[in-house]
Ligand binder design. Structure first.
Ligand SMILES: C[S@@+](CC[C@H](N)C(=O)[O-])C[C@H]1O[C@@H](n2cnc3c(N)ncnc32)[C@H](O)[C@@H]1O
Length: 275
Protein backbone atom coordinates (compact mmCIF):
# COMPACT_ATOMS: atom_id res chain seq x y z
CA UNK A 1 0.00 0.00 0.00
CA UNK A 2 1.26 3.49 -0.93
CA UNK A 3 1.35 5.61 2.25
CA UNK A 4 2.79 8.68 0.53
CA UNK A 5 0.64 11.66 1.53
CA UNK A 6 -1.44 12.82 -1.40
CA UNK A 7 -1.56 16.57 -1.73
CA UNK A 8 -4.35 18.45 -3.46
CA UNK A 9 -5.05 21.93 -4.70
CA UNK A 10 -8.11 24.14 -4.73
CA UNK A 11 -7.92 27.64 -6.17
CA UNK A 12 -10.46 30.14 -4.84
CA UNK A 13 -11.33 33.81 -5.31
CA UNK A 14 -11.81 36.31 -2.52
CA UNK A 15 -13.93 38.75 -4.58
CA UNK A 16 -13.02 42.36 -5.28
CA UNK A 17 -14.38 43.91 -2.09
CA UNK A 18 -12.52 42.35 0.78
CA UNK A 19 -15.49 41.57 2.98
CA UNK A 20 -18.70 40.07 1.71
CA UNK A 21 -17.69 38.85 -1.76
CA UNK A 22 -16.04 35.58 -0.74
CA UNK A 23 -18.33 32.62 -1.37
CA UNK A 24 -19.24 30.25 1.44
CA UNK A 25 -17.47 27.44 -0.46
CA UNK A 26 -14.26 29.50 -0.87
CA UNK A 27 -14.27 30.34 2.86
CA UNK A 28 -14.71 26.68 3.75
CA UNK A 29 -11.75 25.58 1.57
CA UNK A 30 -9.58 28.33 3.08
CA UNK A 31 -10.59 27.22 6.58
CA UNK A 32 -9.82 23.53 6.00
CA UNK A 33 -6.54 23.83 4.06
CA UNK A 34 -3.18 22.84 5.54
CA UNK A 35 -1.70 25.93 3.91
CA UNK A 36 -3.15 28.92 2.06
CA UNK A 37 -1.16 30.87 -0.54
CA UNK A 38 -2.44 34.40 -1.12
CA UNK A 39 -2.23 36.45 -4.31
CA UNK A 40 -4.51 39.19 -3.06
CA UNK A 41 -2.47 42.40 -3.60
CA UNK A 42 -4.16 44.03 -0.63
CA UNK A 43 -3.10 43.91 3.04
CA UNK A 44 -6.67 44.18 4.34
CA UNK A 45 -7.66 41.24 2.13
CA UNK A 46 -4.68 39.21 3.36
CA UNK A 47 -5.70 39.99 6.93
CA UNK A 48 -9.25 38.73 6.24
CA UNK A 49 -7.91 35.42 4.86
CA UNK A 50 -5.40 35.02 7.70
CA UNK A 51 -8.27 35.44 10.17
CA UNK A 52 -9.95 32.40 8.60
CA UNK A 53 -6.78 30.30 8.53
CA UNK A 54 -3.56 31.56 10.19
CA UNK A 55 -1.38 29.23 8.11
CA UNK A 56 -1.02 31.59 5.15
CA UNK A 57 1.83 32.62 2.88
CA UNK A 58 1.62 35.75 0.73
CA UNK A 59 2.80 35.47 -2.86
CA UNK A 60 3.13 39.25 -3.21
CA UNK A 61 6.83 39.25 -2.22
CA UNK A 62 7.59 37.67 -5.61
CA UNK A 63 6.65 40.91 -7.43
CA UNK A 64 9.64 43.19 -8.06
CA UNK A 65 9.94 46.32 -10.16
CA UNK A 66 12.05 45.43 -13.23
CA UNK A 67 11.35 41.67 -12.95
CA UNK A 68 9.13 40.13 -15.62
CA UNK A 69 5.69 39.20 -14.31
CA UNK A 70 6.00 36.06 -16.44
CA UNK A 71 8.84 34.95 -14.10
CA UNK A 72 6.86 36.04 -11.02
CA UNK A 73 3.82 34.00 -12.11
CA UNK A 74 5.92 30.93 -12.79
CA UNK A 75 7.51 31.23 -9.32
CA UNK A 76 4.05 31.56 -7.75
CA UNK A 77 2.98 28.34 -9.46
CA UNK A 78 6.25 26.67 -8.30
CA UNK A 79 5.49 27.50 -4.66
CA UNK A 80 1.91 26.27 -4.87
CA UNK A 81 2.78 23.04 -6.71
CA UNK A 82 5.70 22.25 -4.38
CA UNK A 83 3.38 22.37 -1.35
CA UNK A 84 1.04 19.92 -3.10
CA UNK A 85 3.99 17.62 -3.90
CA UNK A 86 4.90 17.80 -0.19
CA UNK A 87 1.54 16.19 0.53
CA UNK A 88 -0.41 19.21 1.80
CA UNK A 89 -4.04 20.17 1.18
CA UNK A 90 -3.27 23.46 -0.49
CA UNK A 91 -5.61 26.38 -1.08
CA UNK A 92 -4.49 29.24 -3.33
CA UNK A 93 -6.60 32.39 -2.88
CA UNK A 94 -6.47 35.14 -5.50
CA UNK A 95 -8.49 38.35 -5.48
CA UNK A 96 -11.54 38.63 -7.71
CA UNK A 97 -12.27 35.50 -9.74
CA UNK A 98 -9.14 33.33 -9.50
CA UNK A 99 -9.36 32.35 -13.16
CA UNK A 100 -9.88 35.81 -14.67
CA UNK A 101 -6.60 37.37 -15.86
CA UNK A 102 -4.62 35.21 -13.40
CA UNK A 103 -1.83 33.14 -14.97
CA UNK A 104 -0.42 31.22 -11.94
CA UNK A 105 -3.80 29.80 -10.90
CA UNK A 106 -4.37 28.05 -14.24
CA UNK A 107 -0.70 27.07 -14.45
CA UNK A 108 -0.65 25.50 -10.95
CA UNK A 109 -3.83 23.50 -11.66
CA UNK A 110 -2.40 22.23 -14.95
CA UNK A 111 0.86 21.15 -13.30
CA UNK A 112 -0.81 19.46 -10.31
CA UNK A 113 -3.13 17.50 -12.63
CA UNK A 114 -0.12 16.44 -14.72
CA UNK A 115 1.23 14.85 -11.52
CA UNK A 116 -1.98 12.84 -11.27
CA UNK A 117 -3.16 14.78 -8.20
CA UNK A 118 -6.45 16.59 -7.55
CA UNK A 119 -6.76 20.23 -8.52
CA UNK A 120 -9.78 22.37 -9.17
CA UNK A 121 -10.93 25.99 -9.23
CA UNK A 122 -13.93 27.66 -7.66
CA UNK A 123 -15.50 30.70 -9.32
CA UNK A 124 -15.32 34.08 -7.61
CA UNK A 125 -16.67 37.60 -8.07
CA UNK A 126 -14.53 39.38 -10.67
CA UNK A 127 -14.12 43.07 -11.50
CA UNK A 128 -16.39 42.44 -14.49
CA UNK A 129 -19.13 41.13 -12.19
CA UNK A 130 -18.87 44.30 -10.08
CA UNK A 131 -18.87 46.42 -13.25
CA UNK A 132 -22.09 44.82 -14.48
CA UNK A 133 -23.73 45.63 -11.14
CA UNK A 134 -22.30 49.14 -10.63
CA UNK A 135 -22.72 50.39 -14.20
CA UNK A 136 -25.97 48.53 -14.91
CA UNK A 137 -24.52 46.98 -18.06
CA UNK A 138 -26.08 43.63 -18.96
CA UNK A 139 -23.65 41.88 -21.35
CA UNK A 140 -26.60 40.24 -23.11
CA UNK A 141 -28.11 43.57 -24.21
CA UNK A 142 -25.57 44.51 -26.88
CA UNK A 143 -23.10 41.63 -26.62
CA UNK A 144 -19.69 42.20 -25.15
CA UNK A 145 -16.03 42.05 -26.18
CA UNK A 146 -13.42 41.77 -23.46
CA UNK A 147 -9.63 42.09 -23.89
CA UNK A 148 -6.38 42.95 -22.15
CA UNK A 149 -5.30 46.49 -23.17
CA UNK A 150 -1.79 45.71 -24.40
CA UNK A 151 -2.93 42.69 -26.42
CA UNK A 152 -5.66 44.92 -27.81
CA UNK A 153 -2.95 47.32 -29.07
CA UNK A 154 -0.53 44.71 -30.33
CA UNK A 155 -2.90 42.30 -32.11
CA UNK A 156 -5.30 42.55 -34.98
CA UNK A 157 -8.54 42.33 -33.07
CA UNK A 158 -11.75 43.22 -34.83
CA UNK A 159 -13.85 45.60 -32.78
CA UNK A 160 -17.59 45.45 -33.17
CA UNK A 161 -18.72 48.89 -31.96
CA UNK A 162 -22.26 47.58 -31.52
CA UNK A 163 -20.98 45.55 -28.59
CA UNK A 164 -19.84 46.83 -25.19
CA UNK A 165 -16.02 46.81 -25.05
CA UNK A 166 -14.34 45.93 -21.75
CA UNK A 167 -10.62 46.69 -21.79
CA UNK A 168 -8.65 45.34 -18.83
CA UNK A 169 -5.29 46.56 -17.50
CA UNK A 170 -5.72 49.89 -19.23
CA UNK A 171 -3.23 51.40 -16.75
CA UNK A 172 -0.51 49.30 -18.40
CA UNK A 173 -1.63 49.80 -22.02
CA UNK A 174 1.36 49.33 -24.33
CA UNK A 175 3.72 48.11 -21.57
CA UNK A 176 5.45 45.27 -23.40
CA UNK A 177 8.19 44.24 -20.97
CA UNK A 178 5.79 42.94 -18.27
CA UNK A 179 8.25 44.34 -15.72
CA UNK A 180 6.56 47.62 -14.74
CA UNK A 181 4.50 47.61 -11.54
CA UNK A 182 3.16 51.17 -11.73
CA UNK A 183 0.43 52.37 -14.06
CA UNK A 184 2.43 54.16 -16.77
CA UNK A 185 1.12 57.55 -17.60
CA UNK A 186 3.61 57.80 -20.44
CA UNK A 187 0.89 58.54 -22.90
CA UNK A 188 1.81 56.56 -26.05
CA UNK A 189 -0.18 53.45 -25.09
CA UNK A 190 -3.33 55.36 -24.16
CA UNK A 191 -2.97 57.63 -27.19
CA UNK A 192 -2.71 54.61 -29.49
CA UNK A 193 -5.71 52.99 -27.80
CA UNK A 194 -7.70 56.20 -28.38
CA UNK A 195 -6.63 56.25 -32.06
CA UNK A 196 -7.84 52.68 -32.58
CA UNK A 197 -11.17 53.45 -30.90
CA UNK A 198 -11.54 56.59 -33.05
CA UNK A 199 -11.69 54.36 -36.13
CA UNK A 200 -15.03 53.10 -34.77
CA UNK A 201 -16.50 55.74 -32.46
CA UNK A 202 -17.03 59.51 -32.62
CA UNK A 203 -14.74 61.82 -30.61
CA UNK A 204 -17.59 62.71 -28.26
CA UNK A 205 -18.34 59.06 -27.39
CA UNK A 206 -18.40 58.83 -23.59
CA UNK A 207 -16.20 56.11 -22.08
CA UNK A 208 -15.98 54.96 -18.47
CA UNK A 209 -12.83 54.37 -16.46
CA UNK A 210 -14.11 52.10 -13.75
CA UNK A 211 -12.76 50.98 -10.37
CA UNK A 212 -14.89 48.72 -8.21
CA UNK A 213 -14.73 49.41 -4.47
CA UNK A 214 -12.12 47.20 -2.82
CA UNK A 215 -13.18 48.00 0.75
CA UNK A 216 -16.59 47.68 2.37
CA UNK A 217 -18.59 50.93 2.65
CA UNK A 218 -16.50 52.54 -0.14
CA UNK A 219 -18.07 53.61 -3.43
CA UNK A 220 -16.87 52.52 -6.87
CA UNK A 221 -14.99 55.12 -8.95
CA UNK A 222 -16.86 55.79 -12.17
CA UNK A 223 -15.00 58.36 -14.24
CA UNK A 224 -16.64 59.42 -17.50
CA UNK A 225 -14.27 60.58 -20.18
CA UNK A 226 -14.80 61.60 -23.80
CA UNK A 227 -12.91 59.55 -26.36
CA UNK A 228 -11.16 62.75 -27.48
CA UNK A 229 -9.76 63.11 -23.92
CA UNK A 230 -8.86 59.50 -23.21
CA UNK A 231 -5.15 60.11 -23.79
CA UNK A 232 -5.10 62.60 -20.86
CA UNK A 233 -6.72 60.16 -18.41
CA UNK A 234 -4.69 58.62 -15.59
CA UNK A 235 -5.94 55.07 -15.09
CA UNK A 236 -4.49 53.08 -12.18
CA UNK A 237 -3.48 49.42 -11.94
CA UNK A 238 -7.07 48.54 -10.96
CA UNK A 239 -8.83 50.56 -13.68
CA UNK A 240 -10.94 48.88 -16.34
CA UNK A 241 -12.03 50.82 -19.42
CA UNK A 242 -15.58 50.45 -20.67
CA UNK A 243 -16.57 51.60 -24.15
CA UNK A 244 -20.38 51.63 -24.38
CA UNK A 245 -22.11 50.24 -27.44
CA UNK A 246 -23.18 52.45 -30.33
CA UNK A 247 -26.48 50.52 -30.29
CA UNK A 248 -27.73 47.23 -31.66
CA UNK A 249 -26.83 46.29 -35.25
CA UNK A 250 -29.48 46.08 -37.97
CA UNK A 251 -31.52 42.90 -38.38
CA UNK A 252 -30.26 40.38 -40.96
CA UNK A 253 -33.31 40.19 -43.21
CA UNK A 254 -31.88 37.20 -45.13
CA UNK A 255 -31.67 35.10 -41.95
CA UNK A 256 -35.10 36.14 -40.76
CA UNK A 257 -36.56 35.25 -44.17
CA UNK A 258 -34.96 31.78 -44.03
CA UNK A 259 -36.76 31.23 -40.72
CA UNK A 260 -40.02 32.53 -42.16
CA UNK A 261 -39.94 35.64 -39.96
CA UNK A 262 -40.20 39.37 -40.54
CA UNK A 263 -38.49 42.11 -38.58
CA UNK A 264 -41.89 43.42 -37.44
CA UNK A 265 -42.82 40.01 -36.03
CA UNK A 266 -39.57 39.72 -34.08
CA UNK A 267 -39.97 43.23 -32.67
CA UNK A 268 -43.55 42.45 -31.67
CA UNK A 269 -42.50 39.19 -29.94
CA UNK A 270 -39.86 41.09 -27.99
CA UNK A 271 -42.17 43.96 -27.02
CA UNK A 272 -45.53 42.40 -26.18
CA UNK A 273 -48.15 44.95 -25.19
CA UNK A 274 -49.21 44.39 -21.60
CA UNK A 275 -52.83 45.29 -20.83
C1 LIG B 1 -4.51 40.82 -13.16
S1 LIG B 1 -6.15 41.35 -13.48
C2 LIG B 1 -7.00 40.55 -12.15
C3 LIG B 1 -8.49 40.44 -12.35
C4 LIG B 1 -9.20 39.73 -11.20
N1 LIG B 1 -8.75 38.36 -11.08
C5 LIG B 1 -10.72 39.73 -11.35
O1 LIG B 1 -11.32 38.66 -11.20
O2 LIG B 1 -11.31 40.79 -11.59
C6 LIG B 1 -6.05 43.03 -13.05
C7 LIG B 1 -7.04 43.87 -13.83
O3 LIG B 1 -8.35 43.59 -13.37
C8 LIG B 1 -9.12 44.76 -13.36
N2 LIG B 1 -9.43 45.10 -11.96
C9 LIG B 1 -8.84 44.64 -10.85
N3 LIG B 1 -9.38 45.21 -9.75
C10 LIG B 1 -10.34 46.06 -10.20
C11 LIG B 1 -11.24 46.95 -9.57
N4 LIG B 1 -11.26 47.12 -8.26
N5 LIG B 1 -12.07 47.66 -10.36
C12 LIG B 1 -12.08 47.53 -11.71
N6 LIG B 1 -11.23 46.71 -12.35
C13 LIG B 1 -10.37 45.98 -11.61
C14 LIG B 1 -8.26 45.87 -13.97
O4 LIG B 1 -8.49 45.90 -15.38
C15 LIG B 1 -6.88 45.37 -13.64
O5 LIG B 1 -5.90 45.93 -14.47
Amino acid sequence: MDNTPKGSLVVVGTGISVAGQMTVAAKSYIENADIVFMGIMNKVGEHAVTNINPNTISLDDLYQEGKSRAVTYSQMADRIVQAVIDGQRVCAAFYGHPGVFVTPSHEAIRRVRELGLDAHMLPGISAEDCLIADLGIDPSRFGCQSYEATQFLFRDYHIDPHMTQIIWQVGLAGEASLSVLNANHSKPGLAMLADILREHYPDDHELIIYEAATLPLCQPKIQKVLLSELMYAEPTLISTLVVPSLGLPAYRQDRLAKLGLTEQQVIAYRNPSVN
